[in-house]
Design a protein around this ligand. Sequence first.
Ligand code: ATP
Ligand code: MG
Ligand code: MG
Ligand code: MG
Length: 437
Amino acid sequence: MRLSRTFLPILKETPKEAEIVSHRLMLRAGLIRQEAAGIYAWLPFGLRVLRKIEQIVREEQNRAGAQELLMPTIQPADLWRESGRYDAYGKEMLRIADRHEREMLYGPTNEEMITDIFRASVRSYKDLPMNLYHIQWKFRDEVRPRFGIMRGREFLMKDAYSFDLDKEGARHAYNRMFVAYLRTFARMGLQAIPMRADTGPIGGDMSHEFIILASTGESEVFCDKAILDLPIPGEDTDFDSDLTPVIDAWTTPYAATDEMHDASAYEAVAEDARMSARGIEVGHIFYFGTKYSEPMGAKVAGPDGVEVPVHMGSYGVGVSRLLGAIIEAHHDEAGIKWPASVAPFHVGLINLKPGDAESDAACADLERQLTAAGIEVLVDDVDTRAGAKFATMDLIGLPWQLIVGPRGLKEGVVEIKNRASGERSTVSPQEAVTRLV
Ligand code: ATP
Ligand code: MG
Ligand code: MG
Ligand code: MG
């Protein structure tokens, strides 16, 4: 991909309306553009990152045994009357009337709709366990949309819903999602801490929020630092096996948000291991039993032939919010430092002298070799001074920069720079390719 032909509207000035660094950088690096309060257009580079995050979420959901479907964004109000939530949900729900004056809404979440899909075709415990998810836009008319896509009104969420015959089954479903979440966030270069969250009237210990520590986070959190050193479950995790030992390891050290904070339990943690900080909620998993299946009549016949309402859980990931969380965790003064797994391109190939035959040829050759090896390359072929090129490349935060110019080529070398560490080395073009693939 050529920078000269790319739609990348970079801002020179720091936008005044942006209060936190991730919002400022997303605007400056041309990732998003606000169209209305809390409503954003995703520009090409922002969309590339969003898609990569989405794909990691998808792979880990699939690995854990969940199945993807896609529900609509617009829902009929009547479904929500069945669960009793239509009136209860309040002003955060965007209510719409169609041309026949039928009441509709833009979904803020999908418990009702998935329960409707389930009850229409599943009759027996033999079809369980089942976990269905989608990655779809949501709308919540937040009182105070802010921090860019971090608290948008329209935002992309992955929401999964599990169905089991009983609470034991539901616990296993919950554990699978717990492990899937640990893996998902780690693959994006994030350290997400599962923290006890409020379960509401159902009670019990089956609700966790996954929190990224960041000074700009909206939640106040408390934890035992021991949780930061726990190993992430591997790719080879058997999701059909008993995952209780993993969950126990991750739920033993103290970790809670302010709503669930228990000061005496926290003070029992060694003083130098206590950490009170701010955090960003990037995921939330929840067991809610028969809260929707009961009123909506989602029942299956058990082994004894008796029909019972299914036990359900729901599992959300803030896919679009994750862009902000990743930038909060990976940036410096000069700009974004994307982790390789979500970067819009892997390598920024900087041609210091476009138009110079030798430089053009060397860049074309490097681009061809890297692309053939599956590396995504953005070639800066714009005719500007070197300083501006470096500043742009640092701002957009591709993990590697490969710098090619006539002076180096005379000596048979190019420069390679790692954006995250700042480390530079001067190597032959061939060696550069070897290092990058
Ligand atoms: P918050 O406490 O930030 O308002 P929530 O608890 O209301 O979030 P959930 O209903 O648990 O959100 O939704 C699942 C996930 O969707 C959240 O963990 C969060 O990552 C994401 N999310 C929720 N609201 C927004 C929003 N307004 N903008 C972007 N992402 C959001
Ligand atoms: Mg909310
Ligand atoms: Mg919350
Ligand atoms: Mg939540």
